[in-house]
Design a protein around this ligand. Structure first.
Ligand SMILES: C[S@@+](CC[C@H](N)C(=O)[O-])C[C@H]1O[C@@H](n2cnc3c(N)ncnc32)[C@H](O)[C@@H]1O
Length: 57
């Protein structure tokens, strides 16, 4: 699935935001994950918890 309000272009900003604020933790929660692009980006660094109504998610 290509576009669902896709946050791909915002991922670097989300990453910077987390780093700038010094947010630490082992789990990343991507609520209403849609295309799961955000969860996919962070999956190598965190345990991912994601939800969505869509089966494709
Ligand atoms: C704007 S889209 C998500 C965009 C996603 N973050 C991305 O970057 O692709 C909103 C999502 O919320 C999901 N959604 C809406 N109501 C929901 C509910 N009650 N429970 C779970 N998911 C829900 C929709 O299926 C949709 O995929």
């Amino acid at each position: 699935m290509r576009y669902l309000g896709n946050k791909t272009r915002m991922i670097d900003n989300i990453d910077l935001f987390i780093r700038d604020l010094g947010i630490t933790g082992k789990t990343f929660c991507d609520l209403f994950t849609g295309s799961a692009s955000v969860a996919d980006f962070f999956k190598d660094r965190y345990k991912i918890i994601a939800n969505d109504l869509l089966e494709s998610s």
